[in-house]
Design a protein around this ligand. Sequence first.
Ligand code: R5P
Length: 295
Amino acid sequence: MKGVSVIAGPASPGLAAGIAGHLGADLVTAELRVFSDGESKIKLAAKIGRKCIVVQSTHPPTDSHLLQAMMIARKCADDGAQVCAVIPYLAYARQDRAFLEGEGVSAALVARLLEASGVGAVVTVDIHSQMALSYFKNARNVSSIPLLADYAAKMKLKRPIVVSPDAGGAARAGEFAKLLGADMVALKKSRDRTTGEVTVDEKVDANNIAGRDAILVDDMISSGGSIIKAAQVLLKNGAEKVYAMCAHALLIGQAAQNITAAGVSDIIATNSVPGAYAKVDMSSLLAETAMSVLE
Ligand code: R5P
């Protein structure tokens, strides 16, 4: 595709290659140098076209990846390009409102910073909330649910039931269940806003769960706390197997091991965040969406 460059940010080289491959566009590496104080320096490895798709997810190291995305976008914009940033995992989206007195709305700040960096449009995946999305003047939120449900449809599942770990994710899990032709149930999760500790109500209709394979569907798995608590409730209520599916598998520290130790049979995520559980490729969908906003 003439005049279109896909810029591979340091966080997302594989996804960027997939997007460039799908579009037949030039793939340009954003070379990264990190100084001893942790400061990033970005250098584009080749000349860019008039339209740039900057691909950089913002999984940990979150702040570095975010700033690198801005640095790449600024350079492309300063060179006269129209910039679309593909940021599948958009960090800070959970800080979409002030929950406690004294807190700021960091999701809104991130939207303004990206705009100030020359980003004309953002393409993201399963953003945490509509509220977070509303802070962007021009953003597309792509759902990973159809691709994840396609993957689940190919698994040999016993009378599957789709489970949302909390009420907030019920619509997402409901869409997944509809595509899979399965039932859906939403658990009741609460989080202590000060300590971050998660509790999941153990009262569920066991008749609905017993002897069935449960698929937990969430937007993201970070510490694994939510999935672990939910899996424990499901297994206690007789679920045969429990699977965890999400768009963004951040899996901080020992999260994956802890989830497995809690009895979860497999973790399935998209390649929004690279890693061992990135089993569902979103590159074609993201490529098409990015092109639609650049035209
Ligand atoms: C919260 O509402 C989100 O949808 C996820 O459930 C949560 O962010 C996952 O985080 P963790 O894995 O740390 O529990």
